[in-house]
Design a protein around this ligand. Structure first.
Ligand code: GLC
Length: 749
């Protein structure tokens, strides 16, 4: 009898804590916190050891340690390694309430193993690969004490002058949204509390890719129409994928700084979209509202930011210096502070930091997992799939492994550092496989002779080091030309050092720099069999050479396994399958350039009528269109079919075509589906990507590819500021890029 009563009591106790009456651990913790401890959760300092923004004035290292010990520093960035993070975390846990810190870092395309830069990865048109690379990046970062990455960067970009175009997935919201979601899922995995998953961060919210003139940190003035139809979708995809955090953008939109944009952050992100994570500012973007001219001082900036829904102040000192007084004076409601604290605490709780704050600082895992051979193998696989073949006349490629004299020319060909890419986290300097190493490893009996040619970079390169390109010392050209003269084929590796793109690397000139043009010219004079391998963080202007060079391969900055990945393609061990994730311009004068443009009232065409929307000195068309890429085989599209003449509410429609490999070798084709809403409540793009599939085909074989569309796949944000679609004609294309394809149409009923 007594036992029965005991169990009854236990049952009663348990059920009394059942949902509804369940105490919320974080709310209980909040109750105990002083205002100083609450404000502390909203502060993020950088580790002394690496700056990714203007270095702070004061000697904050000492201040930082004191603040950690007093429980008034909730987060740090740029602190890496199991040891360093454990040391800092121990200090935090010794504070009064022992709230663990969250360590953030820019794990953009790998932690120690470097994968291709994000733009290159987007060129695979295989979002699933991005999930795999983000998963590996998280495994390595989480073993090294990190909880949180400031990635994925999901800014749509249409202007190659902007250095950060390399950090995103290009110009298209459909492609960009798929990559954004896959990267979030890769970083965060199925369980954020696992010791090999990390919180992701959708950045930069929003419209950072639309800076005027492609000039970094510049003004943005875009319409709600562009925000909703082009810029927001990848961010919404991150929310739908469960992203744990967001980061404000530096820029204003229509005069309102994103960090102080309440309508966008509180109204849309946390309101309509229901985002429950937290928002971190970008580096001092709270304080920069003073420079923007919307805050008189740090105090006003702090008030603007907290009221707009910015939960954490990265290296801004505005919350640290003024939030307490704003609360105590009643100018800012403590409820706002509490909400921000709770959002941050809940992410820390989701990460499992309250259960085991040291689960991520594991020296043994760090040693075992970083640069694991499986990770390097993935880097090579993704690297080769990211390369885009733009031209290959007379089948100059693939190179032969025997019986060929190959001249390999260019400083970038021997580079072991630049191919790692910018934003290289904790990559080991000079650890990439160079093109020279990759080519030599592949060329069995063929002769490879290498000439560096003229120096390309004449200064130390680094994240915060302005780059100097050599424009004065041409030595090396003669030797390079001599090598080309005696070769069957000359492979020139030209383009950009990785620190010529990414943050704070905007340019006005996207052509080949230094002595690269002269070198190319001189080599072409002695050998017409030239393969141009571009290492680049953005599309480069190669128009003056494109008719003279038989083969062009875009390699971007492919990461740790660069040389092997490039050699796999150069020697045909992998048939290139990459496709451009952006339009490749003929000239910087065309920028911003993008395929999903509006028709205008005076579209131009082959007649080139003078009073049409055109340049009088250059074609409007890109040199190579969005979605373009060649293969060592060829493909034919046939038999486009649309399953129904019309599409009504609740219905779906199938659009299919047959693709045939008409060449001699196995190849992969990215079959793309585009639509055009011919007459809508607002002007709609002349093409919109609405589907794609990468298929592999043996020579002579065919495959039928079918895309299914429902009405809401075609929704757009219209004149009525609602998402929807109107009755009318929808043109459709299935083709190999944004400018070619089989055409048909159907009606929205
Ligand atoms: C930088 C970048 C942002 C990065 C942050 C932390 O300024 O704008 O993308 O995540 O600071 O390094």
């Amino acid at each position: 009898m007594r036992t029965c009563i005991f169990y009854l009591l236990v049952l009663l106790l348990v059920t009394s804590c059942a949902p509804g009456g369940e105490s919320d651990r974080m709310e209980d913790l909040l109750e105990k916190m002083t205002i100083e401890e609450k404000v502390g959760q909203l502060i993020q300092y950088t580790g002394r050891w690496e700056m990714t923004g203007p270095a702070p004035g004061n000697d904050y290292a000492q201040t930082g340690l004191q603040k950690i010990e007093s429980g008034e520093l909730g987060s740090m960035l740029n602190v890496t390694g199991a040891l360093a993070t454990r040391n800092a975390q121990e200090l935090a846990l010794n504070s009064r309430l022992g709230i663990p810190m969250i360590f953030g870092y820019d794990v953009i395309h790998g932690y120690r193993t470097m994968f291709p830069m994000p733009l290159a990865e987007a060129a695979t048109w295989e979002p699933g690969l991005a999930r795999l690379t983000s998963r590996v990046a998280a495994i390595e970062a989480a073993a090294a004490g990190l909880h949180w990455t400031f990635a994925p960067m999901v800014d749509i970009a249409r202007d190659a002058r902007w250095g950060r175009i390399v950090e995103g997935s290009g110009e298209d919201p459909f492609l960009g949204s798929l990559f954004a979601a896959e990267r979030v899922k890769g970083f965060q995995g199925e369980d954020l509390s696992a010791n090999n998953t990390i919180a992701a961060c959708a950045k930069h919210f929003a419209a950072y890719g639309f800076v005027e003139g492609g000039r970094d940190y510049n003004t943005v003035d875009v319409s709600e129409h562009t925000l909703q139809n082009i810029i927001f979708p990848p961010f919404k995809a991150c929310v739908d994928a469960g992203v744990a955090t967001f980061m404000n953008a530096f820029n204003v939109i229509g005069g309102v700084p994103s960090t102080g944009n309440s309508a966008m952050v509180k109204g849309l992100l946390k309101g309509s979209w229901g985002f429950e994570g937290f928002v971190v500012s970008d580096w001092n973007s709270v304080g920069e509202m003073i420079e923007h001219g919307v805050a008189a001082d740090q105090k006003e900036a702090a008030q603007l930011a907290i009221e707009a829904g910015c939960d954490m102040d990265m290296e801004g000192y505005c919350y640290e210096n003024h939030l307490k007084e704003l609360i105590e004076s009643g100018e800012v409601a403590e409820a706002l502070l509490d909400e921000a604290v709770l959002r941050i605490l809940r992410v820390k709780e989701d990460l499992g930091l309250f259960d085991d704050p040291y689960k991520y600082c594991d020296k043994e895992r760090e040693k075992e997992l970083l640069l694991h051979p499986d990770h390097l193998a993935l880097a090579r696989e993704v690297g080769k799939r990211s390369l885009v073949l733009l031209k290959n006349n007379e089948a100059l490629l693939p190179l032969r492994k025997s019986g060929q004299k190959i001249a390999l020319i260019g400083e970038l060909a021997a580079e072991k550092d630049s191919p790692l890419g910018n934003w290289r986290a904790q990559a080991i300097a000079n650890s990439a496989v160079s093109v020279l190493e990759g080519v030599k490893a592949k060329a069995e009996d063929s002769q490879v002779f290498f000439e560096k040619g003229p120096r390309y970079v004449s200064s130390e390169t680094g994240f915060l080091t302005p780059l100097e390109i050599n424009t004065t010392d041409p030595r090396g050209i003669k030797e390079a030309v001599a090598a080309a003269r005696r070769a069957d084929v000359a492979v020139l590796v030209l383009g950009e050092n990785c620190f010529q793109s990414a943050e704070a690397r905007s340019v006005t000139d996207i052509s080949l720099k230094g002595f690269q043009k002269e070198l190319l010219d001189k080599v072409l004079e002695v050998n017409e069999n030239v393969v141009l391998v571009l290492m680049n963080g953005r599309p480069l202007d190669i128009s003056e050479f494109i008719d003279r060079i038989p083969a062009v391969l875009v390699a971007w900055h492919p990461g740790s396994e660069s040389g092997n990945a490039i050699a796999d393609v150069l020697f045909g061990d992998y048939n290139p399958s990459g496709r451009l994730p952006l339009s490749w311009p003929r000239s910087v004068g065309q920028l911003p350039l993008y395929y999903n443009a509006k028709n205008t009232g005076r579209p131009t065409d082959e007649r080139n009528l003078v009073n049409t929307s055109r340049y009088i000195d250059l074609s409007n068309d890109p040199l190579f269109p969005f979605g373009f890429g060649l293969s060592y085989t060829s493909f034919e599209y046939s038999d486009l079919q649309v399953s129904e003449p019309g599409l009504g509410a609740g219905e779906s429609i199938e659009i299919r075509a047959t693709i045939t490999n008409t060449g001699e070798v196995f190849g992969e084709e990215v079959v793309q589906l585009y639509v055009r809403d011919v007459a809508a409540s607002v002007s709609r793009p002349v093409r919109e990507l609405k589907g794609f599939r990468k298929i592999g085909l043996e020579p002579g074989s065919s495959d039928e590819v079918t895309f299914t569309l429902k009405p809401d796949d075609l929704f757009y944000f219209g004149a009525d500021r609602q998402w929807g679609i109107d009755p009318g004609t929808i043109q459709v294309w299935i083709g190999p890029n944004a400018m070619e394809g089989l055409e048909s149409s159907f009606e929205i009923q």
